[in-house]
Each structure stands twice: as structure tokens, then as C-alpha cells.
Design a protein around this ligand. Structure first.
Ligand code: NAD
Length: 328
């Protein structure tokens, strides 16, 4: 098989072209279990070889470990700065949230030192629903504008789980001052509500990044980490779904990725990859999509199989956990 061609997609009005599969760096902070420096290096190398150019991290992941490991990997691999798009975050730290202008201004210098970079392409306010949205509008975004003017960041983003936080902020900041939103767990096989927001984002020229297509490990054969917020019922439903896919000769993670990657309104899908095998897997899914309509059709079939297989369980849990709503 030839080298897979990883599609690049425009990110809103930024002019950035991101690989449609992005490398989520939370696992490099040992968030999903220990990842050795060698394994981290091998997975970043493999990701680059496969055409992934977008890397997303945060000082919060592994209490700064993720940024440090990523910086070390880029350094050891001698990566050319022009060939990568790097995003990190501010406002969320191991010791809590702080979206003050003073903290986020200090934060970027700390992040750049760990990443061994002169600038990041995107700096995002991390999980803004845990702070004051009015502070984000009136204090944090203006502070980030100054960092942009100083050349330390190229674009500004906001991240979080509830979808209405994005419209709240975007409706209140000057047009063009926020370039991108990062939403997670809202575009996968069990929840596609991010789609409701896309027309609005397009109308204001803001790019969409979707993270956690595997619902932070829920849609994997090995299951989610201990800290996962899903209810026992949803975890059980996903376990049943994984076994159902297995019985059909399919892998639930590949199926979920395939579903998320098909939507071109989403510039990039951030997958948490902590091994060479997972980098390979995410890109192979995309390569198949790019090269074969049959595979896409097969995926639809699998998706229907999947949903009908767990519908009865999800009906019971849909009121308990919002991620289930779109399946039934
Ligand atoms: P994810 O849904 O990508 O799940 C990651 C888990 O799935 C890990 O345990 C990983 O080992 C496993 N996995 C990955 N590929 C696999 C495969 N092919 N087969 C089996 N298992 C596989 O969740 P995530 O890591 O939370 O999200 C991806 C990235 O998105 C993060 O690393 C982060 O960069 C970003 N993110 C940002 C926010 C935010 O800003 N608020 C929130 C969530 C995620």
C-alpha cells in the first residue's frame, strides 16, 4: 500500500491548513496511562511521517508534562517550524483555573519555553465554562490580542464542553478577535450536536476543531480511564457496542473516527494518540476514506448496525447522559 494521503482542511478564516486528523497531546502528559519518552517520540515521528501537521496541547495536561514532552520530541526530531501547526492553551492549570490577563500573559512565556518555540499558531482559553465568560470577553481575549500583536501567538481560540458558551463569547467580542473554537465529545457516533453550531460559526468566519471522537476513551475496546465522567450505564452501553462491533469484525474506535472524519465542515479531528499503532490507525482510517467510496458506504452500514445494536440500552440512559441523545 502506498503512503496514505492525509487531507488538509482550511481552519475558518485563519489561512491555516490543518491535517484532518490532529494529534491530541493529552496522552503525552500520561493522562490516559503512562507513555514512555521513547513511545512518545515514536508516535510523534510516525504522526509526522503520516502527514499529521497539527498538534494540540495544554499546560494542564499532565501538569505541564505534555508541553514539555512535545517540545522535546520536536527538538529531537529536528522538525521544521513551517511544517507544523501548534496549539496550546491558557487559563487551566494543575492547581486550578485563572483566566486573568496577568496569568495568561505569563502562561504563554512558560508554554513557549517548554515547547522550545518562539510562537504558537493558536492559543486557546482552556475550558472557559469553568471561569467567568464575561471575564473571557472583557479581560482574557483582550490580553490575548496583545500577545498576538507581540508575535507570540498567531490566532486565538476558546475551548469547552457546553456548546452555548461559544455563541455567548462570539456574540460579545469584536468580530475577528476569536479565530477558532475547540469542541469535544460533540461530534462522534454517540453525539453530533456540534453540527447545530456550524452554520453560525461559518457566518462569523470562525473555524471548528472537534476533539475526542472516541469520547475520551469511551469508544475503545479497552474502555475509558478511571476518571471518566460518564455514568456506569453509558459505560456499559459503550462496552456492549464495542463487543457488538467486534462480533461484526469491526473496531469501534475506527468506526467512530471514520464517522467524525467524514464531515468536511470540521477542519480537524483531534485524536488522543499515545502509540505508533494509534497514529497509524487514525490515519489509515482517513486514507481509506480518501481512496474508497465503498469503505465510506460500508461505514454507513456499520453505523446503522451499531446504532440498532445498542438502541435499546441507549434509550434507557439517554436522559442520564446527554452524549446519547443523537443516537436513538
Ligand atoms: P479521544 O476521544 O481521542 O480518546 C483518547 C483515548 O483513545 C486514549 O486512551 C487513546 O489511547 C485511545 N485511542 C486513540 N486512538 C485509538 C485507536 N485507534 N484504537 C483504540 N484506542 C485509541 O480523547 P482525547 O485524548 O481526550 O481527545 C483528543 C485530544 O483533543 C486531546 O489529547 C486534546 O489535545 C484535545 N482535547 C481538548 C479538550 C479541551 O480543550 N477542552 C478536551 C478534550 C480533548
Amino acid at each position: 500500500m502506498g503512503k496514505p494521503v492525509l487531507e488538509r482542511r482550511e481552519l475558518g478564516s485563519t489561512g491555516l491548513k490543518l491535517s484532518c486528523v490532529g494529534f491530541g497531546c493529552a496522552p503525552l502528559g500520561n493522562v490516559f496511562g503512562d507513555v514512555s519518552p521513547d513511545e512518545a517520540l515514536a508516535s510523534v515521528r510516525r504522526a509526522l511521517d503520516l502527514g499529521i501537521n497539527f498538534f494540540d496541547t495544554s499546560p494542564y495536561y499532565g501538569a505541564t508534562l505534555s508541553e514539555k514532552v512535545l517540545g522535546d520530541c520536536f527538538h529531537k526530531l529536528g522538525v521544521s517550524r513551517n511544517n507544523i501547526v501548534v496549539s496550546t492553551k491558557c487559563g487551566r492549570y494543575a492547581d486550578g483555573f485563572d483566566f486573568s490577563a496577568e496569568r495568561v500573559t505569563r502562561s504563554i512565556d512558560e508554554s513557549l519555553a517548554r515547547l522550545r518555540l518562539d510562537f504558537v499558531d493558536i492559543l486557546q482559553c482552556h475550558d472557559i465554562e469553568f471561569g467567568s465568560l464575561d471575564q473571557i470577553v472583557n479581560e482574557t481575549i483582550p490580553a490575548l490580542q496583545k500577545l498576538k500583536a507581540a508575535g507570540k501567538i498567531r490566532f486565538i481560540g476558546i475551548t469547552g464542553l457546553p456548546l452555548d458558551i461559544f455563541t455567548y463569547v462570539l456574540d460579545r467580542v469584536p468580530p475577528g478577535s476569536v479565530d477558532v473554537i475547540l469542541s469535544y465529545c460533540h461530534y462522534g457516533i454517540n453525539d453530533s450536536t456540534l453540527m447545530d453550531l456550524i452554520p453560525y460559526l461559518k457566518s462569523v468566519g470562525v473555524g471548528a476543531i472537534s476533539a475526542s471522537p472516541l469520547a475520551m476513551g469511551l469508544l475503545t475496546d479497552s474502555g475509558p480511564p478511571d476518571w471518566h465522567p460518564a455514568s456506569n450505564e453509558l459505560m456499559y452501553a459503550c462496552r456492549v457496542a464495542s463487543l457488538h462491533c467486534k462480533a461484526k469484525g469491526k473496531n469501534i474506535s475506527k468506526l467512530s473516527l471514520q464517522y467524525s472524519l467524514r464531515n468536511k465542515d470540521i477542519s480537524t479531528v483531534l485524536v488522543g494518540m499515545n502509540s505508533v499503532a494509534q497514529s497509524n490507525s487514525a490515519v489509515t482510517v482517513n486514507a481509506k476514506l480518501a481512496s474508497s467510496l465503498t469503505i465510506a458506504e460500508q461505514s454507513c452500514w456499520c453505523f446503522r448496525e451499531f446504532t440498532s445494536g445498542i438502541t435499546s440500552i441507549l434509550k434507557k440512559v439517554k436522559t442520564i447522559f446527554p452524549w446519547c441523545l443523537n443516537v436513538v
